[in-house]
Design a protein. Structure first.
Length: 100
């Protein structure tokens, strides 16, 4: 019976790590777009376009939540909020899975 508990705990731990990793990768893509925007990256570049499209899709729910007069503030807050939420929720779920 003890072996079963250890296997279950190990599986929960691996699932928690996977959830945390996915949350971190999603947040990384969003933060990468913020940096590329602030550094005025060439939007004609395929990598920049891919990062922008992915970040826009991930942060679609938060980008227009608040409006600011300066575009760079809109990008930092709109996309940054999504990145923070992904990290917080992802790590909260991962922590719950660790304790399971």
């Amino acid at each position: 019976m003890r072996t079963h508990t250890r296997v279950h705990a190990r599986g929960s731990s691996q699932a928690g790590r996977a959830v945390a990793l996915v949350a971190d990768v999603l947040a990384f893509v969003i933060v990468l777009w913020i940096l590329l925007y602030l550094l005025d990256a060439n939007r004609g570049n395929e990598l920049v376009e891919f990062v922008h499209d992915t970040a826009s899709w991930l942060a679609g729910w938060s980008y227009d939540l608040f409006t600011f007069s300066r575009e760079w503030v809109q990008v930092v807050i709109g996309y940054g909020l999504a990145a923070v939420v992904y990290v917080l929720v992802g790590h909260a779920v991962a922590g719950w899975l660790y304790r399971r």
